[in-house]
Design a protein around this ligand. Sequence first.
Ligand code: PMP
Length: 354
Amino acid sequence: MEKYWTPLARTLTPYVPGEQPRIPNLVKLNTNENPHPPSPRVLEAIRAACDARLRLYPDPSATRLKEAIARRYDVRPDQVFVGNGSDEVLAHAFPAFFQQDRLILFPDISYSFYPVYCGLYNVPFERIPVDAQLAVQLADYQRPNGGILFASPNAPTGIAVPLADIEALLQANPDTVVLVDEAYIDFGGASAVPLVARYPNLLVVQTLSKSRSLAGMRVGFAIGDAGLITALERVKSSFNSYPLDHLAQAGAVAAIEDEEAFTQGCDAIIATRSRLAAALDALGFDVLPSSANFLFARHPAHAGTALQAGLRAAGVLVRRFDAPRIADYLRITVGTDAECARLVEVLRPLVQAA
Ligand code: PMP
């Protein structure tokens, strides 16, 4: 079969997403989805858009959505790019900004899609080690590069990067693009969006999947200088000129405009996160300081594989990464209070066993 494949198809190492089993009653804390439903206004907007207009192609420039994002983030619509989840926004950023003959830099512990895009677009990269506390130290990125990419808050650690460090990095790197993946920024950490006005090489990527409970709708966006946005649009239109379908555009506008649902939703997750962190701490876990909708935690006396398997046997899914330094950590999505209580109830006898 592979005889028909290109060398590229043979060498790709695709991203493996977290499991999405359709088994009832699972406590699913493995893929950082929001446990609360999206704003009712989003569902109304999608219903209202669901009519004969589906016959037509959607707005290729997503004008209403870009205007809504621009208003919300205090930028101009030509500083906004939208795509099918922030994964697609990131995917378009690679051929737009990163070259095949210049190393890009990203943390050694980070979102595992980054090396996948490098493989797809043949972009060489160097992984910069995170520090002893597993935090990204941007001072270590002061070296020649073809671009810099990191997530803040980082995944899977949840640790945010200080805004002052991001600004220092931008000042030291005026000639290459600095891409900040802010998929989890609404749960903590300071957003780099206000820096966009002063740094034409800064691209900030966000998503509606987490803080706006819309992972199933697939909408992400980037905010940056209009020059960067034009490059992204050129790449996008060379793939598919209609990145977002008509229903997703309608739903996304409503999500961005429902500030009250957004704030309440984020506050609820942050409150549950503190309670869960305290409960894990009481069980003897080392819990990293999280600014995201998940916790990254390990127990000094128990292997991550065993804890994950024990949870799974009780119907509780969490994520774990087979990577150096973090193999014993569990990445636990902040679910509802009831889901988190169930997780703790299952963990207690597992960690108390000799
Ligand atoms: N960036 C990071 C750091 C993530 O963890 C994720 C979610 N897995 C994404 C981007 C992509 O999210 P989405 O495509 O749903 O916007």
